[in-house]
Design a binder for this molecule. Structure first.
Ligand SMILES: Cc1cc2nc3c(=O)[nH]c(=O)nc-3n(C[C@H](O)[C@H](O)[C@H](O)COP(=O)(O)O)c2cc1C
Length: 196
């Protein structure tokens, strides 16, 4: 595998920003499908793929989302062309025999306890959410991830049978660069990393 260009690295991380203001430019379903089809290739434990995605793109869908957002997240979400609910399947292990067919008993690696199910779903589902954001940027979209919402209310509205549970939300579209605040600091290598 060759490395990607410096420009591509900037698109996915180096210059990529969290956006809160959106151009009036739609995100077509075909693009959401392309993004998912790239993101789904990201690695998960035993290929368990616990993340599930709901793309809220309609006025009616946004109206269902709105009451469950913290006030500071309402305007940015209502004005975004699409909002992804990145959720996890609490029975993700049921799909493991099909996703890891050479070792179908891998299903049981996850089911030792409710804690194990939760830990693996959250770990891998969050990774998949991050893969999704990188894939979205690779296709030219901007992202606005959010955890400021009432999970019980949102889950009851979108996942009433209780099987899927929201992890985080991510607004998607084409951001207004002029509305960005200055980039916040990050921890330097020597502060956040060690070599053992
Ligand atoms: C999981 C997650 C949850 C976040 N939740 C919120 C939120 O609820 N509301 C908000 O305005 N920003 C939220 N943010 C945005 C972060 O504050 C922002 O990504 C961070 O400051 C880095 O900004 P930058 O990408 O522009 O450098 C969230 C980001 C992530 C990754």
């Amino acid at each position: 595998m060759s490395s990607i260009s410096a420009e591509a690295r900037d698109v996915i991380l180096g210059e990529a920003r969290t956006h809160f203001h959106w151009q009036d430019k739609p995100v077509p379903e075909a693009l959401l499908r392309d993004v998912y089809d790239l993101a789904k290739m990201g690695a998960t434990s035993a290929n368990c793929c616990p993340a599930r995605f709901v793309f809220v793109t309609t006025e009616a869908g946004k109206a269902r989302l709105k009451p469950h957002l913290i006030p500071g997240n309402v305007d940015k979400t209502m004005s975004a062309p699409a909002t992804a609910i990145i959720a996890w399947d609490s029975k993700f292990y049921e799909r493991v025999p099909e996703l890891y067919p050479h070792q179908p008993e891998a299903r049981d690696w996850f089911t030792g306890s409710e804690q194990s199910i939760y830990d693996n779903a959250m770990r891998n589902g969050t990774l998949q959410g991050a893969y999704f954001m990188l894939a979205a940027r690779a296709f030219g979209l901007d992202c606005g991830p959010m955890s400021g919402f009432d999970p019980d209310g949102l889950n009851a509205e979108f996942f009433p049978d209780g099987r899927f549970r929201a992890n985080f939300l991510c607004n998607l579209g084409y951001g207004v660069d002029a509305a960005l605040h200055p980039r916040l600091p990050r921890l330097d290598f020597d502060d956040a990393c060690a070599i053992a």
